[in-house]
Design a protein around this ligand. Structure first.
Ligand code: ARG
Length: 470
């Protein structure tokens, strides 16, 4: 049996003449859109219910269709469903099987509907959930960030600019920078979710449908917050997908930066952390090595996420309204992005939980360096010297120390005084810990500020958990 729900001739007469098994693979999307089966069936059930409520089809017709759709779902989930690529996509596969199961009444399901509004509705349902899953994975990662920050609250390290040791900070402060990035990411994915959360069924092929449908009922059944205002926009809009992809690109960039720090910090040169064994691999040739492959892949996968964003933008840029088959190209990269991002978020959380920070080594890196130079300049400012002048004096002093392979902590008061008479004995009190403690401003690295930031982060995460539970 063949079905042609669009009521048109076969789109590819040559292929159908040669037989279904020879149909061109070129148009087939089944291998990736079959993951929409649940959404497709759910939307069809809501549509069938609405059609009978509105008297467009009979009540027992609607029940037969809905029972049949449930059977299709069970078949798919039990693995007994026979997929037919020659039917091209998930929608035609489900509908064709429905015909086999319930007979010709199946033909009534596609009343007041087109594959154009159908595929959009399915994809929106899918992306609504995917966006939520992404937010949950981000919250999970944020929880790991905060836990690791709290567990290492006493660890000091050099903060970097230009990858040069710059000023001492708490490791927790450094980690919490990522908390903020993931917070912004979560807000973006919430917005992508809101974009997807609009019903397109009822737009028909593109002009609306000539039946007394009830779109609000379908929206309620499917949990959509509203219905599209313009049918032509509805069937051709993929902003919700682009918003997910662009949010994913930004999030992947954040994850990549964190991964890069894991790679650098776990190197023999840094030795700031050791990654958990289950997130590293041995080298096939060099027995001594533990390679940070998971972190590298988290960094590397960013490229394909960026690529999918650009592919989608490019596919859409020249499309005249309304539906064009090009739009079928929206799904493969989108699904790959969801899979890639969710996996990377999980791996990053796991890696962070298992990482062991070498706090002695980190403190030593801060102390055996010139990260106190700013504090010493600020000391002179405190004694009345203009900052620019203090900068020159301390710059000369550190040049001298570097050439003598010594550090500020090795200087006596007298040696300080040769650089400037404003130095007193209390200059010897300047150290990594006092430097950190002095950054006692909102957003600064002083221990009190970082502890408050941890408490605020924990509170906000708890609120999100409660919100999700509601
Ligand atoms: N597989 C198609 C897609 O993903 C479904 C819509 C097809 N509509 C059409 N008029 N050919 O876009």
């Amino acid at each position: 049996m063949t079905i042609d729900p669009e009521g048109t001739r076969p789109k590819n007469p040559a292929a159908s003449a040669r037989g279904a098994e020879l149909a061109s693979d070129f148009t087939v999307s089944l291998h990736y859109d079959r993951r929409l089966y649940r959404e497709d069936i759910r939307a069809s059930v809501a549509h069938a219910r609405m059609l009978s409520r509105q008297g467009i089809i009979g009540e027992d017709e609607s029940s037969q269709i809905i029972d049949g759709l449930e059977k299709v779902r069970v078949e798919i989930e039990s693995g007994s469903f026979t997929w037919k690529p020659e039917l091209e996509d998930i929608h035609m596969n489900v509908e064709s099987r429905l015909f086999e199961l319930v007979g010709d009444v199946a033909g009534r399901l596609h009343t007041a509907r087109s594959r154009n509004d159908q595929v959009s509705t399915d994809t929106r349902l899918y992306m609504r959930q995917a966006s939520l899953d992404t937010v949950i994975a981000l919250r999970n990662l944020q929880t790991a960030v905060v836990a690791v920050a709290e567990a290492n609250i006493a660890t000091v390290m050099p903060g970097y600019t230009h990858l040069q040791r710059a000023q001492p900070v708490l490791l927790a402060h450094h980690l919490l920078a990522y908390f903020e990035m993931f917070e912004r990411d979560a807000i973006r994915f919430e917005a992508a979710r809101a974009s997807a959360d609009v019903l397109t069924l009822g737009n028909g092929a593109m002009a609306g449908v000539p039946y007394p449908i009830d779109r609000d009922f379908v929206a309620r059944e499917l949990g959509f917050s509203g219905v599209t205002a313009n049918s032509m926009d509805g069937v051709s809009d993929r902003d919700f997908a682009i918003e997910y992809l662009s949010s994913a690109a930004i999030c992947a960039m954040h994850l990549s930066r964190m991964a890069e720090e894991f790679v650098i910090w776990s190197s023999e040169e840094f030795r700031f952390l050791s990654l958990p064994d289950n997130y590293t691999t041995g080298s096939s040739i060099m027995p001594q090595k533990r390679n940070p492959d998971f972190a590298e892949l988290a960094r590397g996968k960013t490229g394909r996420v960026y690529g999918h964003l650009f592919a989608m933008l490019t596919t859409l840029k020249g499309l005249p309204l309304t539906y064009n088959r090009d739009l079928q190209e929206d799904k493969e990269g989108l699904f790959d992005t969801v899979d890639t991002l969710l996996a990377t978020l999980d791996v990053t959380a796991g890696m962070l939980h298992g990482a062991r920070f070498n706090s002695d080594r980190m403190r030593d890196a801060a102390e055996s360096s010139y990260v106190l130079a700013t504090d010493i300049a600020d000391y002179l400012v405190g004694k009345g010297m203009p900052f620019r002048e203090a900068h020159i004096i301390v710059s000369n002093l550190s040049d001298r120390l570097i050439s003598e392979r010594r550090f500020f902590k090795d200087l006596s008061v007298d040696e300080f005084r040769t650089a400037s008479p404003l130095f007193d004995a209390d200059v010897l009190d300047i150290g990594v810990d006092s430097s950190i403690a002095s950054r006692d401003v909102p957003g600064g690295t002083a221990p009190g500020r970082v502890k408050s930031a941890i408490a605020a982060a924990q509170k906000s995460l708890r609120a999100h958990v409660m919100e999700a539970g509601r």
